[in-house]
Ligand binder design. Structure first.
Ligand code: HEC
Length: 131
């Protein structure tokens, strides 16, 4: 049989429609908006803790969020492991909660400084600036 021009045009249009629908089915899903969102910013208190962390050189001996040193234990998850109260007390008066080796300097932290460091150390991995 011979196809007339209008019939061919209609057939081509039908094929194009099927193609568009099929593409719609296989097209990769849009990236998850939650995954693309930047990490939540640190609270003001945690930022103050981060400033102390850097200015006191904690990362010379402790790792956090994958960066930092030895001989201190990693402080990743220390607040969940020890409890906020334990860490706060340790920073102000280490003897009250442990038997320090003397390797870690005795910092005269105020209660406010200790709380800021606890807030910083309690941040989940990847939440803010690393060690
Ligand atoms: C000169 C090395 C050194 C520096 C600097 C240092 N630490 Fe430590 N830290 C240690 C060592 C070693 C320990 C293990 C306990 C001990 O030996 O007394 C420790 C233990 C700790 C612990 C208890 C961990 C646990 O689960 O037992 C915390 C919390 C801590 N340090 C926080 C800090 C913070 C915050 C800073 C910065 C203000 C800091 N440290 C600076 C060496 C250091």
């Amino acid at each position: 049989m011979r196809w007339s021009i209008p019939e061919l045009t209609a057939a081509a249009a039908a094929l194009a429609t099927v193609g568009t629908l099929a593409w719609g089915l296989v097209r990769p899903a849009a990236p998850d908006a939650a995954l693309a969102a930047p990490p939540a910013p640190l609270s003001a208190q945690a930022r103050a803790g981060h400033t102390l962390w850097q200015s006191k050189g904690c990362s010379a001996c402790h790792s956090l969020d994958g960066s930092g040193g030895r001989p201190g234990p990693t402080l990743q998850g220390v607040v969940a492991r020890r409890g906020a109260g334990w860490v706060r007390t340790f920073l102000v008066d280490p003897q009250a909660v442990s038997t320090p080796s003397g390797m870690m300097p005795a910092y005269p932290f105020s209660a406010e400084d200790a709380q800021a460091l606890v807030a910083y150390l309690a941040q989940p991995a990847g939440a803010g600036p690393g060690g």
